[in-house]
Design a protein around this ligand. Structure first.
Ligand code: PNW
Length: 439
């Protein structure tokens, strides 16, 4: 802990980018303004029982109206970069069809506002808010959605162009396929493995189709994709646990990494899913294997897997999400990616952070566990860079408390506290720590 407390940005390679991250539906609110159409999350939140506190992102952090003060806050943190996402239903309200200029205006204001403050804009094109009209036609289980995504991506890249430091096509396709179509915890909330695997394939195809559009309109920006990854380790030496861990790794990590970086689905997992395998057409994998300038990695935890499912190791400490706190897993993951994928591009950690119920006392919010989480994960990342892994940046999740999907507002990931009754923002102790780390 003493070493972690002393850590500063100067321990990292020159040029290493430090930032904070958010996503559109989680912070913007203004769900019906300036031509925005409903997304699948508006529809999902309106269904009783889907969101644990019955809330939605209709207002969220009201960032759509408070963006200027939020950009000042970002600048005050002293970060190099800010990662935000663009809401597809603001830009192409019908999903596929005419562009809504007022939607693009908002993201142009953000982009220029960041640049004016000396902060690099990093854009994610799809952080889960699919236009609801596309879900009416099957959403990501419909191959056409991949083509619609490429057209929407082109419209964003055409407007924002080279002003954006990096474009990520998708955030966490595991979440927008498996969690959304198979586990049913995220929108649209279906429970169908074949649908999830079809969705995953069309998401990857959408990435492959969008990349050349981004490059055409923003040739100087970096372009890539963001995956949520984590080691899936066996709970014991028993062969059945080892097999289960390998299967979990196949579904969670390799199902996305292998098509993107090797141009093939993992054979063992393909065999496991049997008749639920996705509808792959000739040429799809060549498109999906398009070279990326970077791979974004969101790291929160590892999995410890037994034949019965995921287990929590004895004595493990967890965040309010119930996720094990395991910084070593970040080092392990980075080393594994380098070892297993010769085509691995430079890595950005595009999300890392923790939910804790933070105690507010007056105008201070004491969150020592979040500071500890961030500093130990940064140390773990530093170890990976020192072992030769090409990591170029780190984004803390999240800039501020926000709408945590199926958990509503009851899980707080922010470095900045949000008082939802007043929309007041307050730097938590962890934000002050990050500020000092960056000085
Ligand atoms: C990510 N899992 O979601 C998202 O990119 C963020 O929008 C979100 O707020 C953040 O992590 C915290 O949850 C995840 O079940 C959701 O493994 C679920 C999982 C991973 C990431």
């Amino acid at each position: 802990a003493a070493r972690a407390a002393a850590l500063t940005r100067r321990d990292f390679p020159a040029g290493f980018v430090f930032g904070v991250a958010t996503s559109s539906y989680q912070i913007e609110g203004a769900a019906h303004e300036d031509g925005r159409s409903p997304s699948i999350w508006d529809v999902f939140c309106a269904q009783p029982g889907r969101i644990s506190d019955g809330s939605s992102g209709a207002v969220a952090c009201d960032h759509y109206h408070r963006w200027e003060q939020d950009l000042d806050l970002i600048a005050a943190l002293g970060v190099d970069a800010y990662r935000f996402s663009v809401a597809w239903p603001r830009v192409v309200p019908t999903g596929r069809g005419p562009v809504n200029p007022a939607g693009l205006d908002f993201y142009e204001r953000l982009t220029d506002g960041l640049l004016a403050r000396g902060v690099q804009p990093h854009v994610t094109l799809y952080h889960w808010d699919l236009p609801a009209t596309l879900q009416d036609q099957g959403g990501w289980t419909n191959r056409d959605t991949a083509y619609a995504f490429a057209e929407y991506s082109a419209a964003v890249a055409e407007r924002l162009g080279n002003r954006v430091a990096s474009y990520a096509t998708l955030n966490e396709p595991w979440c927008s396929s498996v969690l959304s179509y198979e586990i049913g915890e995220h929108a649209p909330g279906t429970r169908d493995r074949a649908a999830a695997l079809s969705a995953a394939h069309h998401l990857l195809l959408g990435h492959g189709l969008a990349m050349p559009e981004i490059r055409r309109h923003a040739p100087q920006s970096q372009a890539g994709i963001v995956l949520n990854l984590g080691p899936q380790e066996s709970a014991s030496d028993r062969p059945e646990d080892i097999l289960a861990a390998r299967q979990a790794d196949g579904r969670f990590n390799r199902w996305f990494l292998d098509p993107l970086l090797r141009g093939e689905y993992p054979a063992d997992t393909w065999a496991d899913v049997g008749a639920d395998a996705p509808p792959v057409q000739d040429g799809d994998l060549e498109l999906i294997r398009v070279p990326n300038d970077f791979l974004g990695v969101n790291y929160y935890s590892r999995g410890v897997i037994g034949a019965q499912g995921g287990v929590l190791p004895e004595g493990a400490s967890v965040t309010d999400m119930g996720w094990e706190i395991h910084p070593q897993g970040l080092t392990d993951l980075m080393l594994r990616l380098k070892a297993d994928y010769p085509a691995l591009p430079p890595i950005y950690i595009t999300e890392n952070g923790a939910a804790f119920a933070d105690e507010r006392s007056g105008d201070r919010v004491h969150d020592p566990r979040r500071t500890e989480f961030l500093s130990t994960h940064l140390s773990a990342l530093l170890q990976a860079t020192q072992a030769g892994v090409d990591v170029r940046g780190y984004f803390a999740w999240s800039l501020m408390d926000n709408f945590e999907w199926a958990h509503g507002y009851q899980k707080r990931f922010g470095l900045v506290y949000v008082d939802y009754a007043t929309q007041e923002r307050l730097l938590k102790d962890s934000a002050l720590w990050y500020q000092a780390f960056l000085k």
